[in-house]
Design a protein around this ligand. Structure first.
Ligand code: AHM
Ligand code: MG
Length: 339
């Protein structure tokens, strides 16, 4: 009988097991995921101390999108940048908090490109509500010096994606395109352990996540669509409930586990969404599809949008496949009626 403390498979062991399935793999993807896990632990340690040390509140700066930069946004961004550049696994980076893409010094060049939202849900930081980090991974495209075209590419070119959620526990979820697996950080030993494997959406929607205070700005199809979903409840039976945290990463994680549909439709006044294609929508859409779900702008598949701008925003409907398709059908009908 072994007396080893047995907590199951660690994140590092898991990526190595997966790597063994590809005999020609050079190991850089595994290293990259492991290094993102390291950055996640560093950020988690800071998030857990927010309020105790002076890291609540804003830095006083604005990002390229005109939003107030929070101190924890800056800490998460600098941590990820530093860890990823030093990992030797990446050639270019793009971050929601950086104006331009980041080219990695030639001595440290690696095979991958990462686009990330360092701290999603910034408006929830000061109230200690769940927040997270979201990342998308692509193969390096440029042979020599990287250019913005290494990051301006459609989401279907991703080879991996994931997120870390700093919630009641810290979890890291990632996919390399085959399964979606979830790891929980054990704070007592500082290691991520596999806690849910091969996550899949339920076929039916049980949770609806939408900011209903945006009703005046929704395109015309959203109100009747939301009504159709809510009308699945009747006096005898509740099939659906509403949950909206206001941190996309946390709403997405709960919806993946409980079977939920998240909507942040485009604003009908501007024709644009709020959420960023490269840093939020693409990685979560990639995860959703691997988990048997779907993601759409309302007009079509998120992963097929060709980005024109690093900080492009789009509408997002993400969750169980059938209801994402239903939302698209409502949007199509409304477009026909308005033409
Ligand atoms: P952030 O990346 O600056 O935090 O912004 C994105 C966040 C999402 O996490 C969240 O779902 C959304 O903004 C909520 O916005 P709103 O307050 O408009 O509902
Ligand atoms: Mg965000």
């Amino acid at each position: 009988m072994s007396y080893a403390a047995n907590f199951g498979v660690t994140l590092t062991q898991h990526v190595l097991h997966r790597q063994a399935l590809h005999p020609n793999a050079r190991g850089q993807f595994s290293q990259l995921i492991t290094q993102i896990g390291v950055a996640a632990k560093l950020i988690s340690a800071q998030v857990r101390r927010a309020g105790l040390i002076e890291i609540w509140g804003a830095t006083g700066d604005e990002n390229v999108q005109g939003e107030e930069v929070q101190k924890l946004d800056r800490i998460a961004n600098d941590t990820l940048k530093e860890v990823l550049i030093q990992s030797g696994c990446v050639s270019a980076l793009a971050s929601e908090e950086e104006d331009e893409f980041i080219s990695v010094p030639s001595a440290l060049l690696g095979d991958y490109v990462v686009a990330f939202d360092p701290l999603d849900g910034s408006s929830n930081i000061d109230s200690s509500v769940s927040i997270g980090t979201i990342f998308a991974i692509y193969h390096r495209r440029s042979i020599r010096e990287s250019s913005v075209n290494d990051v301006l590419r459609p989401g279907y070119e991703q080879v991996g994606a994931g997120y870390v959620m700093y919630g009641s526990s810290t979890v890291m979820v990632y996919t390399a395109g085959r399964t979606v697996d979830c790891f929980t950080l054990d704070p007592s030993c500082g290691e991520f352990f596999l806690t849910r494997s091969d996550l899949k959406y339920s076929e039916k929607t049980h949770v609806l996540s939408i900011n209903e205070c945006n009703i005046p700005y929704w395109p015309t199809w959203v109100k009747p669509f939301v009504k159709e979903i809510i009308d699945r409840n009747d006096e005898a039976h509740r099939e659906i409930t509403g949950r909206h945290i206001g941190s996309l990463v946390a709403d997405f994680h709960r919806n993946l586990i409980k079977g939920g549909l998240y909507l942040y439709p485009e604003d009908r006044r501007t024709g644009r969404g709020k959420l960023r294609l490269l840093y939020e929508c693409n990685p979560l859409a990639f995860i959703a599809e691997v988990a048997g779900g779907a993601a759409s702008t309302g007009r079509g598949r998120i992963l097929e949008v060709m980005p024109e701008d690093l900080h492009q925003r789009v509408g997002l409907i993400i969750g169980p496949k059938a209801d994402v398709a239903l939302a698209e059908a409502f949007a199509r009908e409304a477009a026909k009626a308005e033409a």
